[in-house]
Structures are given as structure tokens and as C-alpha cells.
Design a protein around this ligand. Structure first.
Ligand code: A3P
Ligand code: MG
Length: 424
């Protein structure tokens, strides 16, 4: 399979194990004594004595300079399926919510405030869905994922990690994040590690204290989607209709980062309607809005902060382009511009001390190695909670039969009791 090498001028390192992996192999010989000085690996900070949980003092640094290695192997993501969530957030194992991109004029004057008061049904974000939709998709498509060949495999799904794309985006951007921390719950079940976000106290407070202006601005991004997407391949956008943020089309992709086999899902805004467009995910288009850029300082901030998030979100599932609508203070889109994901790293080259794709991917890879190393007990009621705050290391705690448990009984039971039904 093709690999993403656009950020990587020298392909000769592609199969080099990460620093953490080499360290782990060394540790295997040394019975996990932490006597190495390399900082970008799990570190023993306080030196546990025998008999204590040796993991309780392990941590992982997010310092950028530790991840400035060659770009890791990242296989071209392959779409293995999709699912849809309807206006009432019901799951369907199909692409019924797919939308088709309709190119706007160069200065479209879309009013993003239109309909906020009277034609908006907002998803209830107090309902924490955790991984449930992905788990439903896995049960419905298990035969596509099961380990082939012998029964000797301990990994039922042939996958190391199952998660949402959004959680991986947070990992990619962590070395550059200065404001928002995160908590990720991890459970090992039948050889696969499931990663699900836990809302932090700070995020819960921020959500409760949002201003009316902020609430409205969150609507603007969805409204831009309504102006630029049609429900059918030959249809037109319907900006006069009701906007319901329960509806979603999600792709499910499989890929590999270094030696981590990943299965993740992410919401896709729309696709190219050209029948000759490449197969998914290469035909998908991410839609974004951003404040119009009027000064060099604003351009620099756009490169340093916004393009990092846009790049990480779309690079992960192999979505090749972002269509951006630039809006004025009143929420009117005054310009649109396409950003090919493969060009973003060139765009930011002239920014001093800017983010680097290789740092993002190497941190993510080392984080996943760290998770494999610490989350050893295969048990659906055990959660390893990984916590991170900017300017700190990633730390973790272990919880049994706690409110952090996130694999539902219906999933555990079905995975344990039955063989996958073989679908064609
Ligand atoms: P913008 O991206 O244009 O800001 P996505 O771009 O990921 O498809 O999300 C669609 C829209 O949802 C966003 O449009 C924004 O309006 C809203 N949104 C998504 N995540 C958000 C967040 N963490 N905070 C505020 N708004 C968010
Ligand atoms: Mg979008």
C-alpha cells in the first residue's frame, strides 16, 4: 500500500522502529529497569520500589523537540465502511447521510447567522455517546475485521486500536496545544485497545459558561455546510431548510501508524459529486470556516494554529482537501479557498518556530506505544485513564468497575458469545 511520504524527503528510515520501541525491546532484556536517559519514552520519575504498581509512576512527555525524528510510516488510510446518524441520532449501517459538494461563487456572501433562532435543531451534547456508534458498526461488520487464518491469534479483530478520529487529532496536536488538556479512557478487550474520551472538568465548565455569541458562532460552521452541500448528487443546497446537527455521515478507515494497526471513524462533511472522482476517502471534502485574514499577524496565526488543526483532522483519514469559507465579523462569508492537505506543510514553511507534521505523528505513535505498554490487563471492566494538561507529561491511573467503564454490555456479550456472521 502507498504510504504518506509528502513530509518525508528520505524514505530510507521508513521501517526504523521508534525510539520508544527500541527502548521497550531493551527493557525486555533488562526486566523493565528504567535506566535509560532518552526522554521520549515512558519515564520512571519517582522510582517505584518492588511491590508497588510499577506503572503508577510512568509518564510520557509531550515536548516537541523529543519528536523531531523522521516521519513515521503512515499507511494510506483505506475506507472499510461507513455509517449514518439520522435526525434523531439513530444509527444506520450505510451512507444515507452522505452529502455532495456544490461549489459556491468566489465571493458568496453567505449569511451564516440566518436560521440560528428559528431553523436550528442542536444535538444534545450532554449525551455522551462514547464509542457506541463505532461499536455498533464493528458488530455489524465483524467479518470484515476478524483475524484471518489460525485461531492462534489473540487479537479477535486484527486491530490494535479502535477510536474516533477526533481523539487522534487531539493526540497529533498535543505537542503544540497550550490551552486545553484531555483525558482518554483505554480498555483492552480481546487484544484490542479501545480509546474513548472523558470530558475534563475544565471542558465541562467552559461548556456551561459559553456566551450567547460563542453559542451562535458554533452554529456558523454548520450553516456553511448547509450553503455548500446538497443531499443528492444532482441536487442543490437548501439554506432555507432546518439545520439539524444530529445528522452525520461517518467514514470508518483502517490504517497503520508505525506498528500500530488502527481502526477509526470520523464525520465527513461531503464528497465530490463528479462520478469520476477517486474512491473514498480521496473524494471527500472537509468544510471549514475561519475569520477573514486582513493583517500579516492574522495570517501568521492562521498558519500556526488553525492550519495545524485542519491538517491533523483531515490527514488522519486521508481526506485530501479542505474548503474554507472566510467570514467577516457579522458572520458573512466573503471568500472561499481550497487548501489541499498535501500543500499545507509548504504553506507554513516560512513561519518561524512553527508546527511540524513529523512531531505530531511521532508523538501519536509514541503515545500508542505507551498505551500498549501500560494497558496490559485484558478486561472490559478495567479502564486506564490517561490524563494530560499543557506543559505537563501524560500520566495515568487504573480504575476497576468504575464510572469510567465505557464498553457496553451489549458489545462485550456479543463479542464474547458469538462468531462473526459472514456477510458478503
Ligand atoms: P468550523 O469547522 O467551520 O468551525 P467540523 O469542521 O469538524 O466538521 O465541525 C463542523 C462545525 O461544528 C464547526 O465548523 C463548528 O461550527 C462546530 N464545531 C465543531 N467542533 C467544535 C468545537 N470543539 N467547538 C466549537 N464548535 C465546534
Ligand atoms: Mg467541517
Amino acid at each position: 500500500m502507498e504510504q504518506h511520504r509528502s513530509h518525508n524527503p528520505n524514505p530510507s528510515h521508513q521501517n526504523r522502529p521508534s525510539a520508544y520501541k527500541r527502548e521497550r525491546e531493551d527493557n525486555g532484556r533488562n526486566h523493565c529497569e528504567n535506566k535509560h536517559s532518552r526522554p521520549n519514552r515512558p519515564q520512571n520519575q519517582s522510582g517505584p520500589s518492588r511491590g508497588q504498581n510499577p506503572h503508577s509512576s510512568l509518564s510520557l512527555s509531550t515536548r516537541r523537540e523529543l519528536y523531531e525524528r523522521d516521519f513515521p510510516v503512515y499507511k494510506q488510510p483505506v475506507e472499510v465502511g461507513c455509517f449514518s446518524l439520522d435526525s434523531e441520532r439513530r444509527f444506520f449501517n450505510d451512507g444515507r447521510q452522505m452529502r455532495y459538494y456544490v461549489e459556491p461563487d468566489r465571493s458568496p456572501n453567505f449569511d451564516l447567522r440566518d436560521g440560528y433562532k428559528d431553523r436550528f435543531i442542536k444535538r444534545d451534547d450532554s449525551v455522551k455517546e462514547k464509542l457506541d456508534h463505532m461499536l455498533r458498526w464493528i458488530l455489524a461488520n465483524r467479518s470484515k475485521l476478524s483475524a484471518r487464518g489460525t485461531t492462534a491469534s489473540s487479537c479477535d479483530l486484527d486491530i490494535d486500536f479502535v477510536t474516533w478520529r477526533g481523539h487522534l487529532t487531539k493526540l497529533l496536536t498535543a505537542p503544540y496545544e497550550t490551552r486545553e488538556g484531555w483525558q482518554l479512557a483505554v480498555t483492552r478487550f480481546r487484544g484490542t485497545l479501545y480509546i474513548s474520551e472523558v470530558e475534563t472538568e475544565a471542558a465541562r465548565r467552559d461548556q456551561e459558561n459559553r456566551t450567547e455569541r460563542h453559542e451562535e458562532m458554533m452554529y456558523w460552521g454548520y450553516k456553511f455546510e448547509q450553503y455548500t452541500c446538497a443531499d443528492t448528487v444532482h441536487g442543490r443546497p437548501d439554506p432555507g431548510g432546518v439545520l439539524n446537527t444530529n445528522e452525520a455521515f461517518c467514514t470508518v478507515v483502517q490504517t497503520r501508524l508505525a506498528d500500530h494497526r488502527l481502526l477509526f471513524s470520523g464525520e465527513v462533511d461531503c464528497r465530490d459529486k463528479d462520478p469520476n472522482a477517486p474512491a473514498p476517502p480521496a473524494c471527500y471534502i472537509e468544510l471549514k470556516t475561519s475569520a477573514e485574514i486582513c493583517t500579516p499577524k492574522q495570517r501568521s496565526n492562521f498558519h500556526r494554529f488553525k492550519l495545524l488543526k485542519w491538517w491533523a483532522q483531515s490527514f488522519l483519514p486521508g481526506v485530501p482537501r479542505v474548503m474554507a469559507g472566510f467570514r467577516d465579523e457579522e458572520g458573512v462569508v466573503v471568500a472561499v479557498e481550497t487548501f489541499p492537505i498535501s500543500k499545507i506543510s509548504h504553506l507554513i514553511k516560512n513561519e518561524h518556530n512553527c508546527w511540524k507534521p513529523t512531531v505530531c505523528m511521532n508523538f501519536c505513535s509514541d503515545f500508542l506505544s505507551f498505551v500498549k505498554h501500560i494497558a496490559t490487563e485484558d478486561n472490559p471492566s478495567v479502564v486506564y485513564l490517561l490524563s494530560w494538561e499543557p506543559r505537563r507529561d501524560v500520566t495515568f491511573s487504573v480504575h476497576r468497575d468504575s464510572p469510567y467503564c465505557f464498553l457496553p454490555h451489549w458489545f462485550v456479550e456479543e463479542m464474547t458469545s458469538s462468531q462473526p456472521s459472514h456477510q458478503s
